[in-house]
Design a protein around this ligand. Structure first.
Ligand code: FAD
Length: 429
């Protein structure tokens, strides 16, 4: 059995470690707690992902959905919901989930990693060394990310925090001439305000607290959510929020997951969701690399393609959301972001003549294997099953003109399901 070491105990590292433990691998996690207080908003599908990963203590940290006001492109009507997460509590609960599952968690800072074909030597604070055969890099944006294969416009988020009296929780997001701001108020009175700007437009570091105070003062939404207390002094933390896709998502004896593989623009509000998505597939990828070395390249290709696909999907989602704000078309912040990463539509139009059957890597149980999948314009990675029904034989038969044979063998409810899917792909009998 190989020794696997996971660097970082955020949602991605925790989900991978739990998955590997379940597959019977010897896995350890080394991670240090977050160095700043932050609150983040998540949707129901993040809660579903946490449940799927078995991260139940972490799941319990999510506050009940609270109203979120959206003031975008001058439209102040839009109201939806999000669940607020106190990240320090959430991160501690992730470590608790790991310990309860029997995963060893070393609470320490990773100082240096030396990797070679014979394994990895990891130096941790205060100077101890750990050795591993396989390494999972899950240190989020703190993982070495220099360069990156694809990098969005350089972006910085400034986070202010202050304390107010307990009250009704809620959050809001508003577009500004040179960026956007997200704000949240927890039931216990903790208040967070975060402005995201182009990294090139910022005043010098020593002027940032006064700059933030002035920006808060200018916002009517800030006054509505927090009242006059928003103008009191606040702590400040700056962090990069540039979208970055790392060069390679894996090597022969290492794998990157979560933000360490691809960090998305926080505007999409999907950071934790994407980090769980790449982490939930990783145990099967690592299991294949270690148990079936002849399929290691296939498994790595599977991981790489999915990471790139997710990154581009979120980058295009962000681009389309930036494009909805039309009041400042000449401002560099908006001009650049509504064009990045490309002009391709988020969803390609259905066209059955473009649908084809291909061999591609898929997850089957705990391993990656190659199967016939159906590739469509909107699903370039291919679809193997539709609720358990293999699609490739059906599409092949239809393309040969054997319409009856393709569908007749299926029981009625399944036939209707497949017919619905085919119509959505542009198929016309
Ligand atoms: P992380 O959560 O960053 O976890 C990495 C872990 O590794 C941390 O525990 C860290 O302490 C540890 N670590 C780092 N370096 C070391 C080291 N040297 N030694 C030991 N341990 C180390 N996502 C949302 O879903 N909703 C939001 O509202 C939201 N808002 C965001 C706002 C901003 C400004 C930014 C930048 C991101 C936001 N995100 C949001 C994204 C979200 O924070 C990340 O996508 C998500 O946490 C990534 O999970 P991860 O496990 O990959 O990395």
């Amino acid at each position: 059995m190989s020794d696997i070491l996971v660097l970082g105990a955020g949602p991605a590292g925790a989900a991978v470690a739990l998955g590997l433990k379940r597959l019977g691998h010897a896995v350890r996690v080394v991670g240090e707690g977050r160095r700043f207080a932050a609150v983040e908003g998540v949707s129901q599908r993040v809660l579903d992902g946490l449940r799927q990963a078995g991260l139940n203590q972490a799941l319990a940290c999510a506050a009940a959905p609270s109203p979120r006001r959206v003031l975008w492109n001058g439209d102040g009507q839009s109201i939806n919901q999000e669940c607020l997460l106190d990240r320090a509590r959430f991160d501690a609960a992730l470590r608790q989930d790991l310990r309860e599952a029997g995963v060893e968690v070393v609470e320490a800072r990773v100082l240096k990693v030396d990797s070679g074909a014979d394994g990895h030597h990891v130096r941790i604070e205060p100077g101890e060394a750990l050795r591993a055969d396989f390494l999972v890099e899950a240190r989020g944006r703190s993982a070495p990310l220099a360069g990156g294969r694809l990098r969005g416009p350089e972006t910085l988020s400034l986070l202010n925090q202050w304390q107010d009296a307990p009250g009704r929780p809620g959050s809001a997001v508003e577009s500004l001439p040179d960026g956007w701001a997200w704000m949240a108020r927890l039931a216990d009175g903790r208040c967070y305000w975060q402005i995201t700007l182009d990294a090139r437009d910022l005043p010098p570091k020593e002027q940032l607290p006064a700059y933030c105070a002035q920006r808060r003062r200018q916002s009517t939404l800030v006054r509505e959510l927090y009242g006059a207390a928003a103008l009191q002094p606040a702590s400040l933390h700056a962090r990069s929020s540039t979208a970055i896709l790392f060069h390679e998502a894996s090597g022969p004896n290492w794998l990157r997951v979560g933000d360490a593989a691809m960090a998305v623009d926080p505007l999409s509000g999907n950071g934790i969701f994407q980090s769980l998505s790449s982490a939930l597939q990783a145990p099967a990828v690592i299991n294949t690399i270690l148990q079936c070395p002849e399929r290691a390249e296939l498994a790595r290709r599977f991981h790489q393609r999915r990471v790139e696909h997710l990154f581009l999907r979120f980058a295009r989602t962000g681009r389309d959301f930036y494009a909805l704000e039309q009041r400042w078309p000449g401002q560099p912040f908006w001009r650049e972001r509504r064009q990045w990463p490309d002009a391709q539509p988020l969803h390609a139009a259905a066209d059955f003549s473009q649908v084809r059957v291909e061999r591609a890597p898929v997850i089957h149980g705990d391993l990656i294997e190659e199967q016939d999948v159906v590739v469509t314009a909107d699903q370039p990675l291919g679809i193997w099953h539709l609720q358990g029904i293999p699609l490739a034989p059906i599409v092949t038969a239809l393309q040969r003109g054997e319409q009856g044979r393709a569908l007749e063998a299926l029981p009625e409810p399944q036939r209707r399901l497949v017919q619905g899917w085919l119509l959505a792909q542009g198929y016309r009998p």
